[in-house]
Design a protein around this ligand. Structure first.
Ligand code: WTA
Length: 631
C-alpha cells in the first residue's frame, strides 16, 4: 500500500484517476472485511449521494484492534504522556487496548446504548477517550466527540442536534497549570438536553462532582460489572461511524457525518503513505481527539495500521517551552505531526528550549490545520528536523475525513508553504467565481474536488439539504472546499486560506456568524460584525466591530463582559482578540455589511478601501478608521 518513489506516485496517481474503482478496491483489500463489497462506488454530486463499498460488512475496531492481536498483541498501541511530566506515562498494548475497548463497549450496552444510538463524548486527552471512541464503534453506536474547550451551551446544541442518549465524560481535565471542570460543564449543558439518559463519568482530576441518582455513574464502577467479551457488531460500509461538528459560514455548527467503510480505508491509506509509517515506530500527533485530526490521525488511521500512537494530555508550553522536545526525547518519537500555531508559538521562545534535546529519533515532520508560513516552515525544518526530515504540509478538512493534498514523505519533493500535490484518488480543480475551470499552472482560484474519495462526508446530520447547499450547490458537480488556492508553475498547490466567512484561529475553524450571534446576545449590543485579521502566532485573530450605544467610560469592562458572554455561548476559543466599539457598520443600501472594508480596517491597511460609493452612509467608514487607530 506504501508508495516508495516519485515515479511510483505518478503512476499510482494516473491509475487512481483512470480506474478509480479498481484502484480503491485494491487499497481496500488491505483491510479486514466480514463480507466484501458488491459495488465499489456509486455517486452523484447533485443530490448529493455517495456510496463506497456498498454491500460490504465490517467493523472498524476489528481493523484497529483484533487483527493485530495474533502477531502484534504486545506492541504498544497507545502511549500516553500526562500533562504533569512528573507523573508516569502509560502504555496500552494492542491486547490491553482491545480488552479495555470490549469492556467499555459492554458498559455502554449495559447503559442502554444500541447500534445506531448517538453517544456524546466530552473528555480530556486520556487513553479512556480513545477507548470510549472505539467502544462506540465496536457496538455500532455513533460517537460525537465534543472538544473539551466548548461551553455548556455548545455541548447542549450538539447533543440536541444528534439526539444523543448517553454522555461519556470525566470529572475534570488538566491543561497546563489549569484544571477544567468537565462534569460541571456537562451538568449545565444537560439542563437543556431531554434525550440524555445516562452519564458515565471517569475519575481523572478527582475534583468533587455532583452525581445525579439514576443518571450518573462512575466509569470505574461500571467496568467492574461487565466482562471483556464483546463481539464486534457487523456494520454496513455505509453505516454511520461518527458525527463531528464543525463551523461554517452561516448558522450553527454542522454535524459532519462519516461512515464506516470508506472512512476506514481512507484514514488508514493516507496515514500509512503520507507519514511513511514503519512498523515499530512511535508516532506523535499533537492534536486533540476533539477535532478531526485526532479522529483520523491519533485514533483510526494509526491503529488501523498497527502503529504506536502517542497521546499527549497537556499543552506545548507546560511546564515550559521544551515540553514537545522532552516528549520526543523521552519516547523516541519518529514522526511528529503538529500545527503551524504550535510551531510559531514555540519559535517565539527561540532555540534555547530545543538545545540539548535529543531529537535524533525524528524521521518525518508534519503540519496541519492552517497555512504554514515560510518562516515557521524553515524553523521546523532546521531546528527540529535538523534539515534531515521531510515536512509533510497536509491540507484537508473535517469534511474530507483524511489528508487530500500533501507531500508523501520521502517521495514528493517539498517546497516551503506548499501542500504540494494531490494524493492518489484526489482530483482537485480550481474554479473562478462563476465555477469555470481555471486551467494551467501559475493560477489562483477556488479549490474544489471533482470526483469522490472514500473518506468524504456523506451528509450533515439530520439535514441533508444543508450538506447539499454548503458543499455541492456553489458549483455544479463539484465539492467546494471553501478554500482559496494557488497552483504554481510546477503544478504545486498552496492553500491560501478560506474564501468564505470562516476564520482559522490557531487551526480552529470558527464561523464569523457564530461569533456575531454570541456577541449580539450580550445585553446592550445592537449589532456586530466579525472578521479575521493576520495574527503572528494564531494565524488569524478575531476582530469584532460592535455597536453598543450605552457605552460608559468603562469601555474595558464592557469589553470583558462581552468576552465572558462569548465564552459562555461558544467557548473560550471563540473570544475576539480585539473589540472596536462603533456607532454604525458599513452597509450597502440593501443592508449587507461590506466585510471587505472591515477586513481592511482589521488588517490595519486603510490606504485603499476600493469603491465605497454604494454604502448607505460612507461617513461610518471614517469613524471606524479613526477609532481603529486608537485601539
Ligand atoms: C485549513 C483540519 C492550509 C483550510 C484538518 C481548511 C489548511 C480548514 C491546511 C479545515 C494546510 C487545513 N494548509 N490550510 N495544510 N490544513 N487547512 O475542518 O482552510 O478543522 O479548509 O480540518 O483548515 O479545518 P478543519
Amino acid at each position: 500500500m506504501q508508495i516508495n518513489s516519485f515515479e511510483e506516485y505518478q503512476e499510482t496517481y494516473q491509475k487512481s484517476i483512470n480506474q478509480p474503482e479498481e484502484f480503491w478496491a485494491g487499497i481496500a483489500s488491505n483491510f479486514l472485511w466480514k463480507k466484501k463489497w458488491d459495488h465499489v462506488l456509486s455517486w452523484n454530486f447533485t443530490t448529493p449521494d455517495i456510496k463506497w463499498f456498498e454491500g460490504a460488512k465490517l467493523n472498524i475496531t476489528e481493523n484497529c484492534l483484533d487483527r493485530h492481536l495474533a502477531e502484534n498483541g504486545d506492541t504498544p498501541a497507545i502511549v500516553w504522556e500526562p500533562n504533569d511530566p512528573e507523573k508516569e506515562s502509560i502504555t496500552l498494548t494492542y491486547r490491553v487496548l482491545h480488552e479495555q475497548v470490549c469492556r467499555f463497549a459492554n458498559v455502554l450496552k449495559k447503559n442502554g446504548v444500541q447500534k445506531g444510538d448517538r453517544v456524546c463524548i466530552y473528555m480530556p486527552m486520556v487513553p479512556e477517550l480513545a477507548v470510549a471512541v472505539l467502544a462506540c464503534a465496536r457496538i455500532g453506536a455513533v460517537h460525537s466527540v465534543v472538544f473539551g474547550g466548548f461551553s455548556a451551551k455548545s455541548i447542549a446544541d450538539r447533543i440536541n442536534d444528534a439526539a444523543c442518549k448517553v454522555v461519556v465524560t470525566a470529572d475534570g481535565a488538566f491543561r497546563g497549570n489549569k484544571q477544567i471542570q468537565l462534569k460541571e460543564v456537562i451538568d449545565d449543558a444537560l439542563i437543556g438536553c431531554p434525550t440524555i439518559e445516562k452519564v458515565i463519568v471517569l475519575t481523572h482530576t478527582r475534583t468533587p462532582v455532583s452525581m445525579l441518582k439514576g443518571r450518573d455513574c462512575w466509569w470505574e464502577d461500571e467496568i467492574k460489572l461487565v466482562d471483556s467479551n464483546c463481539p464486534a457488531e457487523e456494520m454496513d460500509a455505509e453505516d454511520m461511524l461518527f458525527i463531528l461538528y464543525t463551523s461554517g459560514s452561516t448558522g450553527k455548527p454542522k454535524g459532519v457525518v462519516h461512515t464506516c467503510g470508506g472512512y476506514m480505508v481512507y484514514a488508514g491509506y493516507t496515514f500509512s503513505n503520507v507519514f511513511n509509517y514503519q512498523p515499530g515506530e512511535v508516532y506523535f500527533c499533537t492534536a486533540d481527539i476533539g477535532w478531526i485530526t485526532g479522529h483520523s490521525y491519533i485514533v483510526y488511521g494509526p491503529l488501523s495500521q498497527g502503529a504506536t500512537t502517542l497521546m499527549f494530555e497537556g499543552i506545548p508550553t507546560y511546564p515550559n517551552a521544551s515540553r514537545f522536545w522532552d516528549i520526543v526525547e523521552k519516547h523516541q518519537v519518529n514522526i511528529l505531526y503538529t500545527a503551524p500555531t504550535a510551531i510559531r508559538s514555540l519559535m517565539g521562545f527561540g532555540s534555547a528550549p530545543v538545545q540539548g534535546k535529543d531529537l535524533s529519533s525524528l524521521r518525518v515532520l508534519g503540519s496541519v490545520g492552517e497555512p504554514i508560513n515560510e518562516e515557521a516552515w524553515h524553523w521546523f525544518d532546521e531546528e527540529i528536523g535538523k534539515k534531515n526530515c521531510p515536512i509533510v504540509d497536509t491540507w484537508w478538512q473535517t469534511e474530507t475525513g483524511g489528508i487530500m493534498i500533501s507531500p508523501i514523505a520521502f517521495v514528493t519533493p517539498t517546497k516551503p508553504s506548499f501542500a504540494t500535490l494531490p494524493l492518489p484518488g484526489i482530483q482537485p480543480i480550481l474554479v473562478d467565481e462563476q465555477g469555470k475551470e481555471i486551467e494551467g499552472n501559475g493560477v489562483n482560484g477556488n479549490l474544489c474536488i471533482r470526483f469522490p474519495w472514500p473518506g468524504m462526508l456523506r451528509t450533515t446530520y439530520g439535514d441533508h439539504e444543508r450538506c447539499r447547499l454548503t458543499y455541492f450547490s456553489t458549483y455544479e458537480n463539484l465539492y467546494f472546499t471553501g478554500d482559496g488556492c494557488l497552483r504554481d508553475k510546477d503544478g504545486y498547490y498552496r492553500i491560501t486560506g478560506r474564501v468564505d466567512d470562516v476564520i482559522n484561529v490557531s487551526g480552529h475553524r470558527i464561523g464569523t456568524a457564530e461569533v456575531e450571534n454570541a456577541i449580539n446576545m450580550h445585553a446592550g449590543v445592537i449589532e456586530s460584525a466579525v472578521v479575521g485579521y493576520p495574527h503572528e502566532v494564531k494565524g488569524q485573530g478575531i476582530f469584532a466591530f460592535v455597536i453598543y450605544p450605552g457605552l460608559s467610560k468603562d469601555e474595558e469592562l464592557t469589553r470583558k463582559d462581552i468576552l465572558q458572554t462569548v465564552t459562555r455561548i461558544i467557548g473560550a476559543i471563540a473570544k475576539p482578540d480585539k473589540i472596536l466599539f462603533v456607532s454604525g457598520l458599513p452597509k450597502t443600501r440593501s443592508g449587507k455589511i461590506m466585510r471587505r472594508i472591515l477586513r481592511k480596517v482589521a488588517e490595519g491597511d486603510t490606504s485603499n478601501l476600493g469603491d465605497i460609493s454604494t454604502l448607505l452612509d460612507p461617513a461610518v467608514v471614517q469613524e471606524i478608521i479613526g477609532k481603529s487607530r486608537q485601539l
